[in-house]
Design a protein around this ligand. Sequence first.
Ligand code: ATP
Length: 235
Amino acid sequence: MTTSIAVHDLSHRYGGVEAVSGISFEVAAGEIFGLLGPNGAGKTTILESILGLITPDEGRIAIGGIDARDDLWAVRAITGAALQATGLQDKITPREALDLFAAFYPAPLRTDDLLTRFGLMEKAGARTETLSGGQKQRLALALAFVGAPRVLVLDEPTTGLDPQMRRDVQDHVLAMKDSGRAILLATHDMEEAVRLCDRVAVIARGRIAATGAPRQLMAEHGGNLDDVILHLTAP
Ligand code: ATP
């Protein structure tokens, strides 16, 4: 198995707040790895460190074997991301945004295909500021997929989507996995974690409390995945 994301001993503080400490895990090509845990556990800090959006105090991170500190652009060329607060220019349209992002990648997907796949064709020429919350979310996901990246980082990808679109987005994520991509996602949706994730890490107060396949963790701790998280993250 090829390791696509390797995180070793990651720690980061915001001022006096220890956000994450001693975080290590690997995600293989063709694997979906989930980060689970309560609000403030440190999931976003991990994702932002991996994307080079924050510089962690300690630790090593390699994407496709490349350390972002050595070559951030090489890492960005093989990575797609949809974060909770993806900043989009209000006046740009979905078609313009997708064409613009496509220009950064060597073999991008076709804008029309993405607009259709993410239910945005009707809004292709509308200013982003006029899109609904769910439509903006779908555009952020389409932008993460546009480069057909080897590595995908998704922060709560289906929060705020209607059930049909949630299912569709999950199917796209599974299709990306089947085509050999490594996918790291944070989610609060336990059904989603069970449906999508090969393995998950439960994060509690900035540390990994447990790692394993969702069904393995449920078998070990009893109950459903919500129960497992409550048990592992109890103060
Ligand atoms: P959520 O599920 O609510 O998105 P999370 O697991 O993604 O939470 P983080 O956003 O990584 O958690 O936050 C981890 C800790 O770091 C929290 O205590 C949070 O308050 C703190 N933190 C995050 N960003 C900052 C910041 N910019 N300045 C100060 N503290 C921060």
